[in-house]
Design a binder for this molecule. Structure first.
Ligand code: HEM
Length: 424
């Protein structure tokens, strides 16, 4: 084979993704931690391992679980293949989340990157939905009850909730129709939408002349090939190695075959939705499943469109003060969320002795106010004491929201046992 011609072809292909020259700051590992690239690599690995899984998987209530057992026990490298697909999927959720965090804290969502932030949010939705629809496919107790819990949560949405839940399930409960729906979404529509959205996402990064840097002058430009390409290859090989080793050592979970008559105690949602399940323990479902998530999503969509922001594009945490505010806001959210969690547990224990009050007040208005008021007071304090500007206040709010969700996820996943009680 003609070596220079091959090299030329590869080089040309790479230049579809990257410009010929890039700013030397933008290719430092600490600029992006390679997170967007790792997410793209994980997607490709998921696609490849998923294609192989399809050879043995049977998408039916009778055949699904047995086909997984067959894959694990009787197919050469079957268990490894399943482990790789499973851990890749979980890692993609984590990496995408970290990527959002890096984009946000490096102030890379404003001006010409606004639109890409929106495509990114849609990608995050697709990543989570891809993982969730795959979760059901092994048809074991873990999968069956996690999806039952999640689809039951949907029915709490006012007016359309019941209809939406039965549309997703294809009936009144999780059954073969649900499995088929999830299978087609997981292996057809969602990957297609992801390829489409990722293509636009990459194109918009290029259109914005690469990733953000604090100093965007044309000096210190270096050749993309080999400077950036070598770094990408190192990150890709290291990621594949870690994933392979992990998949060789840790098996993807598989419980007993799904039994609709025997619900485990506790029944938990997939870990990335545990924050919502935790929220439901403290708030009326109408607030926990509808009002709060809708407000938070709307806020995330709106951030890059907020007027009058003094943006330091590419500067981590906006400023030294912004960094301090991030730390304080994170600490506030950890302490405050834990206080709320413990006090709700306390109230539930002594519920029988408490006077009867309308549920909308006890689990709606009261907790909502007791979250919102102290947080508003904290943000006001930051504004007055630290003389924070608008961009720094947004950093504070986002930090509080993200940290609170993380704390709820950890508490829900790790500390709740029987009857969803703490340390049970
Ligand atoms: C499968 C999921 C995703 C993939 C494969 C992906 C891929 C990438 C890549 C390769 C880059 C350039 C390098 C880097 O920043 O690391 C990038 C940049 C960017 N991504 Fe993502 N991304 C994904 C999800 C998201 C999400 C969920 C968001 C936000 C909600 C987002 C918002 C952005 C923005 C605004 C940029 C430009 C950042 C800058 O110019 O510094 N992406 N993405």
């Amino acid at each position: 084979m003609n070596q220079p011609a091959t090299q030329k072809a590869i080089s040309k292909f790479l230049l579809h993704l990257h410009p010929v020259k890039v700013n030397s700051q933008s290719i430092r590992y600490s600029r992006t931690f390679g997170l967007g690239g790792i997410a793209a690599l994980l997607f490709v690995l998921l696609f490849i391992t998923g294609m192989f899984l399809r050879f043995t998987y049977v998408p039916s209530q009778r055949g699904a679980y047995d086909s997984i057992i067959y894959l694990q026990n009787s197919v050469l490298f079957g268990q490894l293949l399943r482990n790789m697909h499973y851990w890749c999927g979980m890692l993609l959720v984590v990496v995408s989340f970290l990527h959002v965090i890096r984009v946000f804290y490096s102030q890379s969502l404003y001006a010409e990157r606004r639109k890409n932030w929106l495509y990114g949010l849609f990608l995050m939705f697709l990543v989570v939905m891809s993982n969730f629809t795959g979760y059901l496919l092994p048809w074991d107790q873990l999968a069956y009850w996690a999806v039952t819990i999640m689809t039951n949560m949907l029915s709490y949405i006012p007016i359309i909730g019941d209809g939406l839940a039965s549309l997703v399930r294809g009936g009144a409960e999780v059954n073969e129709a649900t499995l088929l729906r999830f299978y087609h979404f997981h292996t057809g529509l969602l990957p297609l939408l992801m390829v489409f959205t990722m293509s636009i996402h990459f194109w918009l990064v290029r259109k914005a002349k690469g990733v953000t840097v604090a100093d965007n002058t044309q000096k210190n430009m270096v050749s993309t090939n080999p400077e950036l390409v070598y770094k990408e290859i190192v990150v890709a090989l290291a990621s594949i190695l870690v994933l392979l080793l992990f998949s060789m050592l840790v098996d993807a979970p598989l419980q007993a075959k799904a039994n609709p008559l025997e619900s485990p105690n506790p029944s938990k949602a997939p870990w990335y939705f545990m924050g919502f399940q935790e929220l439901l323990l403290h708030l009326h479902p109408g607030f926990g499943i509808f009002i709060v998530p809708v407000l938070v999503i709307a806020f995330f969509i709106y951030i890059p469109y907020i007027k009058g922001l003094n943006i330091n594009v590419g500067v981590w945490f906006h400023s030294a003060k912004g960094k301090k505010i991030t730390i304080w806001s994170g600490l506030y959210a950890i302490v405050f969320t834990l206080i709320i969690i413990v006090s709700t547990e306390f109230v539930l224990k002594f519920q029988a002795w408490l006077p009867e009050v309308d549920i909308l007040i006890t689990s709606g208005l009261l907790p909502f106010i007791s979250y919102v008021l102290p947080t508003a007071a904290f943000v006001f304090f930051i504004k007055k004491q630290l003389k924070a500007d608008k961009a720094e206040l947004i950093i504070s709010l986002v930090t509080i929201l993200l940290t609170a969700y993380l704390v709820m996820t950890l508490v829900g996943s790790l500390l709740r046992g029987e009857g969803m009680h703490l340390f049970a």
